[in-house]
Design a protein around this ligand. Structure first.
Ligand code: FES
Length: 129
């Protein structure tokens, strides 16, 4: 099982292909997920020290491009733990003053995920310009 290290919280053996946002929660980190894991709120944002996947869901790419955040962070609700990873959650409920981090994200990535290499997604964007 891939090992996930969440900086400041510790390490867990994540189920292969567990949704990253849920695996982070399993370490006790109260990472935000205010839209319930739908690639809409960006409160599940993380930075990677290791193991960042090159592929992205179309939904993650669209959201990050729309908010001018491509290259700044990734959305943990749109990533599966399919390799060893070290991440830092950037928005914790307690630090943000939220009563709760958000509705429970489903076990599977939503909206229905299609993972594409970043270059392919960026190429599509250029064609649209
Ligand atoms: S974008 Fe809202 S939980 Fe990931």
């Amino acid at each position: 099982m891939p090992l996930l290290e969440v900086e400041g919280f510790g390490t867990v053996d994540a189920d292969a292909h567990a949704r990253l946002v849920n695996a982070i929660r399993a370490t006790g980190a109260d990472i935000g997920h205010r839209c319930g894991g739908q690639a809409k709120c960006t409160t599940c944002r993380v930075t990677f020290a290791e193991g960042e996947p090159d592929e992205m869901t179309r939904a993650e790419h669209e959201k990050l491009a729309q908010t001018d955040a491509l290259g700044d962070y990734r959305l943990a609700c749109q990533i599966r733990v399919d390799r060893p990873m070290t991440v830092s959650p950037l928005m914790l409920a307690e630090e943000m003053g939220w009563d709760d981090p958000g509705p429970e994200p489903a076990a599977e990535v939503e909206p229905e995920a299609e993972w594409l290499p970043r270059e392919a997604l960026e190429g599509e964007e250029e064609e649209e310009d």
